[in-house]
Design a protein around this ligand. Structure first.
Ligand code: SF4
Length: 84
């Protein structure tokens, strides 16, 4: 086998083998791990956090880019980062 073909094949095999690991690496953290609570903390709340994903209506539960599950707009966790 020619060297460049070997390199291409090795890259493809390595990439396929790494794919499940990459998927797991992007999993969200649990609420417990992030000390999530349904109430604001010191004026900080999910709907002013850059990680918040708004729900279907204003005030409705939404999601979060880093924490798994339904997220209250008035919730909070240790990963809070104020929207700029
Ligand atoms: S990172 Fe924490 S504070 Fe920010 S939206 Fe997600 S759960 Fe709320």
């Amino acid at each position: 086998m020619k060297p460049y073909r070997r390199i291409v094949l090795k890259t493809l095999v390595t990439g396929v083998a790494a794919a499940p690991w990459l998927a797991r690496a992007q999993a969200k953290a649990s609420k417990q791990a992030m000390q999530y609570q349904d109430q604001p903390k010191n004026g900080q709340r999910c709907d002013t956090c850059m990680q918040f994903i708004a729900g279907p209506k204003p005030g409705a539960p939404g999601g979060c880019k880093v924490v798994d599950g339904s997220i209250s707009p008035s919730g909070w966790c240790v990963a809070y980062v104020k929207k700029s």
